[in-house]
Design a protein. Structure first.
Ligand code: B12
Length: 228
């Protein structure tokens, strides 16, 4: 039996004041592509950091009142918070917005019980589509992680797949995302419902609806996506 590493409790405690949680992690295998740490050595372990539902929102909202002129505010907040946590715990932070893009979704599928939904977003058995990653913490030693519980893919038993029928411009066909069509709709008056209330395809998913982001957070993400 693997005993959970005490570092995981320290990470939990350091993330909690920001509405963030550790979203599992794993040890990179020998010879596996792992991001480099500052001194060019490959990372040994990774812990993903993110949120379920709108847990970050009050914390981010307070922070952004003091940082309003900056672009990409949520990325900036994530970097400010997670860099500080990593420094405190002897790790190094990396971010989903860093280029070249790091394989966050592949990492997440190893770290937690997540599966790819027909929308391309990963789906969680309890929180559905209402969760995301704000960064990951890399460490130079092997951390002992609890086993990832095995769960059935929530979309396998979803016969009607309402997510694939809710988009007003059919941006999802289960194999890809027509980004231009979605953005085009968000730019015209007919797109007001999506702009103001959130992505209708994401909202149509029956899993974890009670964890849907607050209307203000949904508007923020839609505006960020529309202007990216
Ligand atoms: C570029 C990008 C986009 C682009 C293009 C996305 C695409 N589908 O090609 C645009 C701007 C369109 C976009 C939009 C959104 N994105 Co985006 N995006 C990214 C980003 C920054 C890089 C993706 C990438 O190229 N990774 C590099 C490759 C090597 O990593 P990867 O793990 O192998 O990822 C690929 C595969 O996993 C694959 N994939 C995984 N599952 C499935 C399932 C299907 C059916 C398909 C086709 C593909 C697919 O898609 C990834 C890209 O190729 C990631 C963060 C990151 N670093 O990964 C976020 C990320 C994927 N996005 C995210 C989100 C939340 C969104 C939005 C909902 C944001 C919003 N404003 O509401 C929208 C809608 C997304 C949608 N329905 O597809 C989250 C997803 C969280 C989750 N629960 O899975 C991520 C992880 C960022 C985060 N901070 O958590 N995104």
């Amino acid at each position: 039996m693997i005993v959970a590493d005490p570092l995981l409790d320290q990470i939990t405690a350091a993330l909690e004041p920001h509405g963030l949680v550790p979203r599992g992690g794993f040890v990179f295998g020998p010879g596996e592509a792992a991001p480099c740490l500052r001194h060019d050595a490959a990372a040994r372990s990774i812990v993903l950091a993110g949120h379920f539902g709108s847990s970050i929102w009050p914390h981010f909202t307070r922070w952004r009142q003091a940082h309003s002129g900056q672009p990409d505010l949520l990325d900036a907040w994530s970097k400010a918070v997670l860099t500080q946590v990593a420094d405190k715990l002897g790790g190094q932070a990396v971010f989903p917005s860093d280029k070249p893009y790091l394989p966050f979704q592949q990492w997440a599928k190893r770290a937690e019980s997540l599966s790819a939904s027909p929308l391309g977003l990963l789906i969680h058995p309890e929180y559905g589509l209402w969760q995301a990653f704000r960064g990951a913490l890399l460490f130079d030693r092997a951390i002992g992680f609890p086993a990832v519980p095995l769960n059935n893919h929530p979309c396998d038993s979803c016969i009607d797949k309402p997510c694939l029928h809710a988009c007003p411009v059919d941006a999802f066909d289960g194999t890809g995302f027509a980004v231009g069509r979605c953005r085009g709709h968000l730019a015209v008056p007919e797109g007001a419902l999506c702009r103001d209330g959130g992505c209708l395809a994401r909202l149509a998913c029956p899993i974890g609806r009670e964890h849907a982001y607050t209307p203000e957070q949904q508007r923020f993400h839609m505006a960020a996506f529309a202007s990216a």
